[in-house]
Design a protein around this ligand. Structure first.
Ligand code: SF4
Ligand code: SF4
Length: 281
């Protein structure tokens, strides 16, 4: 079994509790306007354009339809290839087997609390994670998922058996605004939120806050109403993430950073709705 991996971050402090290794899977079924890693969204079509933008001879053009060969030791991580790509992709994506991932992690897991599968949308690879997680857990490390909530997790029994917890994006409660922001419905997202809370797997809800109004107040209130029966029993956090332009596609940078007052207002609202752990970061 293989998965397309955009990159692996050895040490991250922002993808779940503690320092974690992050596997960024390639491909996403949402196309959120504010995505800060748009190079994880699409499929490379092998056009080869990126190779002509590389200033470091780190991309060797291949046949038409095949991505250029990435020569990692020459790469300076300048990002020129990603900026040049018109397919929201990257020439540095690797097709990795479970063994490839384990070979990579060997010797790197000592200082971390666990792994987080992210993306892109990692739940598009449920069998891969279901096979990987029990092996990682045998090393006394936790396995978490960051997801847009679009895949019905109640039907992913093997995955949920070994997944220690989920950080779930609720991008907008209003169906019209969610559609506008992501290109997709939020119906499954709310079903997943309830399922994960009921089964004690919901670690955190996340909402990106922009200056452009996507109904953040309504989102916090609807999430709280849905999760109220579980908030006392499970410590479910709410993370309000201020929009940052870094990495965001040029045409969506106008969504804008929210004011400190707006963020504080949302924090107060989330707390008054029953969330005991509310983070703004
Ligand atoms: S990464 Fe983008 S620019 Fe490079 S070959 Fe693939 S589609 Fe073309
Ligand atoms: S990031 Fe891309 S463009 Fe820059 S050196 Fe590496 S392969 Fe070349």
């Amino acid at each position: 079994m293989t998965a397309l991996i955009n990159r692996i971050i050895d040490h991250s402090g922002v993808n779940g509790p503690g320092i974690r290794m992050v596997l960024m899977f390639q491909g996403c079924n949402f196309h959120c306007r504010y995505c800060h890693v748009p190079e994880t969204l699409g499929n490379c079509n092998g056009c080869g354009i990126c190779a002509y933008h590389c200033p470091a001879e780190a991309l060797k053009p291949d046949m038409p339809g095949i991505a250029p060969q990435w020569i990692e030791e020459n790469c300076t991580d300048c990002g020129a290839c990603i900026n040049a790509c018109r397919k929201d992709s990257s020439p540095k994506i690797r097709k990795m087997s479970i063994k490839d991932v384990l070979d990579y992690t060997a010797g790197r897991l000592g200082q971390i609390r666990g792994i987080t599968c992210s993306g892109g949308e990692c739940t598009l690879y449920p069998e891969f994670m279901a096979e990987l997680f029990p092996i990682i857990r045998r090393q006394k490390l936790s396995c978490l998922i960051e997801t847009n909530g679009s895949v019905d997790l109640e039907k992913q029994g093997d995955l949920m058996k070994y997944c220690d917890g989920v950080m779930l994006d609720i991008k907008a409660a209003n169906p019209v605004k969610h559609q506008e922001l992501t290109g997709h419905s939020n119906e499954q997202v709310f079903k997943n939120a309830e399922f994960l809370a009921r089964t004690g797997k919901l670690v955190e809800i996340r909402t990106v806050i922009t200056r452009t109004d996507y109904g953040a107040e309504e989102t916090v209130e609807k999430a709280a109403a849905l999760l109220r029966p579980y908030l006392k029993k499970n410590d479910i956090a709410y993370r309000l993430i201020p929009f940052r332009v870094f990495g965001v596609r040029r045409e969506y940078r106008r969504l804008g950073t929210p004011s400190p007052e707006k963020l504080e207002g949302l924090r107060s609202l989330a707390e008054s709705c029953g969330f005991t752990q509310v983070f703004v970061s």
